[in-house]
Design a protein around this ligand. Structure first.
Ligand SMILES: [Zn+2]
Ligand SMILES: [Zn+2]
Length: 404
């Protein structure tokens, strides 16, 4: 490792107490999507204390923030992303809790920002920290992208906590595209002894499910439409005047999700014509599939292994979840690599056991090591033009033409 990487490691060691405290304070004040005022202010306060310019309520989102450190003019801008939303029902005592360990993402990205910022004046380039609210269901990064929050950023990086030991230290894991779709049917209530006097909205929903199921054999293997009935009537002696279904749609690409959503709409239309119940369809933001940048993944792997943390490439057969980092990955090279915060294989994300693990010394240490790893990749992007060209070239080739 060269001198500046040593500087990064010793810098992170010097802010250890502040970073651990940040992770623990956010853990102790869990806030769900778009309510992360405490977390956002804790990060903003810490960056200001270190002398950096901070914007609170960045890019039109009240619980987003951005801190900046400028090096010499010219050169690329590297962003570290801080997620800090908690999950409902994952608190150790009930209520919300950090069952996805986003408190550690914030600690990691904040430490990476402070570390790279501490040496940036020697280089052409700049670094920023962006607080990205509401990853769990709110699509905060999608809204930041729409509002221009990433327009001057060239590369974005973060890590995500995982569990189960070395095999869960993953670089280059992908993610499927996903979208929530709500379909509402409006009918007319009537006495159930005289159904002919009403319009059965629940039949609209049931017909919709049946039509989707009928088409399932024609779907691609990676397509996945899972539905639930949110409303199906109020009493069995009343013809339901209102019914509502919600679908989680997953596919290989955002492009394919749009096609599947159009299929759902077609099925809703047919069901409406058949039953006479009027329909409305609402498609939420689409979390795009993820394009991890392999040269950056490799650089992160190298930086982690230099600190004694073994990293693995994922099993290609693994079924991936979804995240709004995918939308960022279409626009610029990103990494979103996984670091295991506990060796206990029974601990699973989105569960109270993960919340408990996310405040242990092992988790805090991994967040700091991850910060050093991310800061090293950031420094390489800023200092090494050939690496930058390799990274940019990889990104250009990996993004499908329909996004260009
Ligand atoms: Zn999660
Ligand atoms: Zn998460």
């Amino acid at each position: 490792m060269d001198t500046n990487i040593q500087d990064i490691l010793s810098y992170i060691d010097s802010v250890k107490d502040e970073i651990d405290k940040l992770a623990l304070d956010i853990h102790a004040h869990p806030e769900i999507c778009f309510e992360e005022y405490t977390a956002m202010n804790l990060v903003a306060d810490l960056c200001e204390k270190h002398g950096y310019k901070v914007q609170r309520g960045y890019a039109g989102l009240e619980t987003s923030m951005r801190a900046d450190a400028e090096g010499q003019p010219g050169g690329p801008r590297v962003a570290f992303l801080a997620e800090y939303d908690a999950l409902p029902g994952c608190g150790e005592e009930g209520g919300p809790g950090h069952g996805c360990g986003h408190n550690l993402i914030t600690a990691c990205s904040t430490a990476a920002f402070l570390a790279l910022a501490s040496v940036i004046k020697d280089y052409k380039g700049s670094v920023c920290l962006i607080g990205t609210p509401a990853e769990e269901g709110g699509g905060g990064k999608i809204k930041l992208l729409e509002n221009g929050g990433f327009k001057d950023v060239d590369y974005a990086m973060m890590m995500h906590p995982s569990s189960g030991g070395v095999k869960a230290n993953l670089v280059g894991r992908g993610g499927r595209a996903s979208c929530d779709v709500t379909v509402k049917f409006f009918g007319k209530a009537a006495h159930s002894s005289r159904p002919v006097n009403g319009i059965n909205a629940l039949n609209g929903v049931i017909s919709l499910f049946n039509h989707i199921d009928m088409l399932r054999p024609t779907f691609d293997p990676q397509d996945n439409i899972n539905g639930i009935i949110r409303h199906g009537g109020v009493a069995s002696n009343i013809i339901p005047e209102y019914a509502e279904a919600e679908f989680c749609v997953r596919a290989d690409t955002m492009h394919r999700i749009e096609e599947l959503n159009a299929i759902i709409e077609k099925c809703a239309k047919v069901s409406s014509q058949l039953t006479g119940a009027r329909y409305e369809i609402e498609c939420g933001d689409i979390s795009a599939e993820r394009y991890p940048n392999r040269p950056m993944n490799q650089a992160f792997k190298d930086a982690m292994e230099a600190q004694g943390v073994e990293m693995c490439w994922p099993d290609p057969k693994m079924q991936y979840g979804s995240s709004d980092i995918g939308n960022v990955s279409i626009v610029m090279p990103i990494i979103h690599d996984y670091l295991s915060i506990t060796d206990d294989k029974s601990v699973q994300a989105h569960n109270r056991s993960f919340t408990a693990a996310a405040r242990q010394p092992q988790a805090l240490e991994m967040a700091r090591k991850g910060a050093a790893g991310l800061a090293c990749v950031g420094l390489k992007l800023i200092a090494d033009e050939a690496f930058r060209a390799e990274t940019d070239g990889y990104h250009k080739n990996q993004i499908p033409d329909f996004y260009k």
